[in-house]
Design a protein around this ligand. Structure first.
Ligand SMILES: *Cc1c(COP(=O)(O)O)cnc(C)c1O
Length: 398
């Protein structure tokens, strides 16, 4: 081997400051929008919530959007709206954030883990079909890393078996499939407004749908299951209200919606920037045999929440964990998305899941690494990631 010394072995790091894997972009117009909202009479359940919902729904071409306090609350509201209850099974991919499956459990249902395609890490419709039983009620597709999964195939299965189709689109705001916007590809489409996601409201979530009845159920759910909110009661001069369902307080504030709306104006430009960064990575890694970026499906406009690579660890002297540690030592804030959900102790304990349930997800988990990706990354930031990774890969090559 040549004379490079990795930072992890005491060499000088590629970067002096840690580059995070994701980060929000807040400018003065965002700050002004929040400050303005704070001067309003209503800090929550006011007009900005409705305005944000309308603006977002219109931007993607959906009839309705419901804003809630987080992406997780949005998933929970979606499972409630379609009536998931004890005895029901919902098929989810193993390669996702735990919240996707947790939302099923919140409603008393049982998540059934489907495997993913080894090249895209998107839910595999063939494995979904294998896992359908008479108890299956819904499928949740996850737009892993930011490209829509195969909703055409999932829709066919859903129609054949009378299932609801839900999109966990938390990675894919601003994406498209065959020119159709993410947010209109499933019956209910869930988004997160967490700071690492495409646009942020601090915490927040959205569900888009063309089904007005489902939207109404989700609005009920975010407000304790109470049939009117306090604005409606004030307007009608009434005090009486009824709770018809067991809901939660999953409301989002008006100043969060002001931030969300201000950020939404920049979404398109940010997705373009993410695609540009992805292109730089793609070009750089085309000649690095040990690094395989995920494949992009035909006809997809990728929103690139994440840039995920798979390492050919069979050609390296070390595994992913050592590469991860070496990258961190170089000042590159790599991450791993995700531990397959069925391997979490909670699911092993309560749902009797185990190794072998989703072999592709399990094998990919050993090889994946998420590289930094956010709109304010500079070209030099991108090149520092490439330079650190190629140095490390070169050093550990067999
Ligand atoms: C971020 C995320 C969520 C949860 O969103 P929160 O806003 O953090 O609650 C759910 N599913 C996926 C795939 C996510 O990436």
């Amino acid at each position: 081997m040549d004379s490079v010394t990795l930072a992890i072995d005491g060499g000088s790091p590629t970067r002096q400051t840690m580059l995070p894997y994701g980060r929000q972009a807040i400018d003065e117009s965002d700050i002004a929008a929040v400050v303005k909202a704070l001067r309003n009479d209503l800090l929550t359940t006011g007009p900005l919530v409705t305005e944000f919902e309308h603006t977002f729904a219109k931007s993607i071409g959906a009839a309705e959007a419901v804003a809630v306090s987080s992406g997780t609350a949005a998933l929970h509201a979606a499972m409630f709206a379609i009536g998931i209850s004890p005895g029901d099974e919902v098929i989810v991919p193993a390669m996702t954030f735990a919240a996707t499956a947790n939302s099923v459990v919140y409603c008393g249902g049982k998540p059934i883990f489907a495997d993913v395609n080894p090249n895209t890490l998107l839910i595999d419709p063939i494995d979904v079909e294998r896992k359908i039983t008479p108890r299956t009620r819904a499928i949740i597709g996850v737009d892993y890393a930011g490209q829509p999964c195969d909703y055409v195939a999932l829709r066919t299965l859903a129609n054949q078996h009378g299932l609801q189709l839900v999109a966990d689109a938390c990675h894919a705001m601003g994406g498209k499939d065959s020119n159709q916007s993410v947010g209109t590809l499933a019956d209910l489409n869930v988004f997160s407004l967490h700071p690492v996601k495409h646009i942020t409201s601090g915490e927040g979530g959205l569900v888009s749908t063309d089904d007005i009845a489902l939207a109404a159920r989700m609005r009920l759910f975010r407000n304790h299951g109470i049939t009117t909110d306090h604005q409606q009661r004030t307007k009608n001069g009434q005090w009486f209200y009824e709770m018809t369902e067991l809901g939660f307080n999953y409301r989002i504030t008006d100043f969060q919606c002001a931030l969300g709306m201000s950020q939404l104006q920049k979404l398109e430009q940010w997705v373009n920037k993410r695609q540009y960064i992805a292109k730089l990575y793609d070009i750089a890694f085309a000649s690095v045999e040990e690094v395989s970026p995920l494949l992009v499906r035909q006809g997809v406009f990728h929103a690139y929440h994440l840039y995920v690579i798979q390492l050919s660890t069979e050609n390296l002297k070390v595994g992913r964990d050592q590469i991860f540690a070496a990258m961190r030592a170089e000042g590159i804030g790599v991450n791993v998305h995700y531990v397959p959900v069925h391997l979490h102790p909670y699911y092993k304990m309560h749902f009797n899941t185990r190794l072998g349930v989703c072999p592709v997800s399990e094998a990919s988990y050993e090889r994946i690494l998420t590289l930094p990706m956010f709109p304010e990354m500079s070209r030099d930031d991108v090149f520092s990631v490439v330079s650190a990774l190629t140095k490390i890969i070169g050093y550990y090559q067999k």
